[in-house]
Design a protein around this ligand. Structure first.
Ligand code: OFO
Length: 164
């Protein structure tokens, strides 16, 4: 069994991961529709991964005999006018996910639920990796700059990231 306060936060996290999956699907579609095929591959993959993160939480909550509630996904409006906006949206999204993972870890600590804490370590590590990746992609894109064949080079950079 899982305490009600934690069950609620697990369900909130399911909604957050679901929203991230939809947000990245939208970024993938924007990229594909604007000639960024490599970037589109990267965000289709990210979208699938976020769905995987959501399902992992769903299964864990079921195993703990929690009640799973699938809420409509709460997406923030993303104003995308170029590939730099895409990268910023990715980074900000990951920062939000980290915030909510941290809240869940704090609640599991307060509840003395060591099983949940152990399970959540995977998300803590994942967020560290994804935030680092998003920041590094922005830094590289800034090095490439906004002149010449920069769109091609940034697209190539994301194609490489998708292949990793
Ligand atoms: Fe990076 O969002 Fe899932 O955990």
């Amino acid at each position: 069994m899982i305490v009600e306060s934690l069950e609620k936060l697990f369900n909130q996290q399911i909604t957050v991961e679901n929203a991230a999956s939809t947000d990245y699907l939208k970024l993938a579609v924007w990229c594909a529709s604007n000639g960024f095929d490599g970037a589109s591959k990267f965000f289709f993959k990210q979208s699938d991964e976020e769905r995987g993160h959501m399902l992992k939480l769903v299964h864990y909550l079921l195993e703990r005999e929690g009640k799973v509630v699938i809420e409509p996904s709460k997406n923030q409006e993303q104003k995308i006018e170029g590939i730099f906006d895409v990268l910023q949206a990715f980074y900000h999204n990951e920062l939000n996910v980290t915030k909510s993972v941290n809240a869940l870890v704090s609640a599991a600590t307060a509840a003395g639920d060591y099983g949940a804490l152990q399970f959540l370590q995977w998300y803590v590590q994942e967020q560290h990796e994804e935030e680092t990746q998003a920041r590094s992609l922005i830094e590289k894109a800034n090095l490439i700059g906004r002149e010449g064949p920069y769109k091609y080079l940034i697209d190539q950079m994301l194609a490489d990231a998708a292949a990793e």
